[in-house]
Write a protein that binds this ligand. Structure first.
Ligand code: SAH
Length: 213
């Protein structure tokens, strides 16, 4: 678990790349500048950790591209103390970004192997989510709802209704929607039954699968 000056320097370069690609939220950039992404990756990819790319992790899944993480987090507009639900814990990198922003993080992962690995790993780096859950994100987390924000980090073929209903009024759901290619979509809850919808271009994610594994 080594974080050197070299890593810190590479991280600062990555932050500059994200600024050039249009990320402006200072807190999001600071979080990415702080988190040792190389420690979230398998050893074979360590040299590539600070490239703006997605990489394979365990169980055929990926750690999302830093730009995608930054873009989604920026849309979510996290304030300190907000209750945020993440669907797709994966490596825990996005979870760490949310922790750095001072959110109370609830995160669900459907792959048991990743759930176990990441549950052990995050506290070692000092990142303490409120709750990490092994389960099916399509259902959300009814016992801890409502949330200020919900972020889905896998490609959803459709928008799961429970996620919309578990938002506070004023809350935001950021979700990539589509089968092979996804459109980044944000829903803002305006009232009990009213949602404003905005779209933000195409991304590619591993699929949001039903049921746990
Ligand atoms: N946020 C992660 C991204 C991992 S990729 C990171 O920063 O590394 C997406 C993750 O979503 C995978 O780990 C996958 O297993 C998980 N996933 C897919 N369908 C899911 C579902 N229905 N519920 C919860 N997690 C799911």
């Amino acid at each position: 678990m080594n974080d050197t000056f070299k890593h810190k320097g590479l991280r600062q370069k990555l932050v500059n790349v994200l600024i050039n690609k249009g990320i402006v939220d200072k807190n999001v950039l600071k979080a990415i500048g702080n988190i040792p992404r190389h420690l979230f990756m398998d050893s074979g990819f360590l040299d590539h950790a600070y490239q703006d790319k997605a990489f394979p992790i365990a169980a055929d899944q990926t750690i999302s591209q830093p730009y995608t993480v930054a873009f989604q987090t920026e849309l979510l507009q996290v304030n300190k103390g907000d209750k945020i639900l993440e669907i797709g814990t994966g490596s825990g990198y996005q979870t760490a970004v949310l922790c750095e922003l001072g959110a109370k993080v609830f995160s669900i992962e459907r792959q048991q192997e990743l759930f176990k690995k990441t549950s052990k790993f995050l506290p070692k780096l000092g990142y303490r989510a409120k709750k990490l859950v092994f389960g099916d994100g399509y259902k959300g987390l009814i016992e801890d709802a409502p949330f200020d924000g919900i972020i889905v980090t896998a490609g959803a073929p459709f928008v799961p209704k429970p996620l919309l209903s578990q938002l506070k009024v004023g809350g935001r759901l950021v979700i990539p929607v589509g089968d092979d290619i996804q459109v980044m979509t944000m829903f803002i809850r305006k009232g009990q039954k009213e949602f404003e919808q905005q779209e933000f271009g195409e991304f590619r994610f591993v699929p949001l699968l039903e049921d746990k594994n």
